[in-house]
Design a binder for this molecule. Structure first.
Ligand code: HEC
Length: 145
């Protein structure tokens, strides 16, 4: 009985006090911290540059300013979304089965600012994107037209 109790307690303490994180765990935590910081900066950029059209709730204005909240376009066409924010967008697009043919000007943001605002909008209003968007990724997006 005593032996059982001791081994039981040992097992419990291994469980509770095992704070010896392996490398994978550490790198995930680091990634999460980097993503969190990026989202925080992106929130400020959103407030300064995007909120007037896409609104605080990310819902935009149906038929005029497309939504970012739950937007299939943003979710499925990440590169095109980045390209639009970087160089401007003025062509017909379909967002959640609705046609938009408006005009979004380039706001002259840096690649880092675009990565941050992308991390913010892809992780707000119910949107979820675990994969961080990096400044390198943004810098690789070129103008096509
Ligand atoms: C002056 C209004 C305006 C501002 C400011 C603006 N947008 Fe847009 N945005 C638009 C319009 C209009 C479109 C659709 C353009 C088209 O039809 O080609 C659009 C399209 C988009 C799209 C792709 C479509 C979608 O809804 O998923 C994304 C992503 C986007 N904007 C993000 C941003 C971000 C991020 C900012 C701030 C850095 C921003 N926009 C600022 C008006 C604006």
């Amino acid at each position: 009985m005593k032996v059982f109790l001791i081994s039981f307690l040992t097992l419990v303490s291994i469980f509770l006090f095992n704070k010896n994180p392996n490398e994978e765990y550490q790198s995930i935590t680091l990634q999460n911290d980097i993503l969190k910081e990026s989202i925080k900066r992106g929130n400020e950029i959103y407030t300064d540059f995007c909120v007037t059209c896409h609104l605080p709730n990310g819902k935009g204005m149906s038929g005029v300013f497309p939504p970012l909240a739950n937007s299939d376009f943003l979710k499925e066409k990440q590169t095109e979304s980045i390209r639009g924010i970087k160089y401007g967008m003025s062509r017909e697009i379909i967002v959640n089965d609705k046609k938009y043919n408006g005009f979004m000007a380039s706001m002259g943001l840096s690649n880092q600012e675009i990565a941050d605002v992308m991390n913010y909008i892809t992780n707000s209003w119910g949107n979820k994107n675990d994969k961080i968007i990096t400044v390198e990724e943004v810098s690789e997006v070129k103008k096509i037209n």
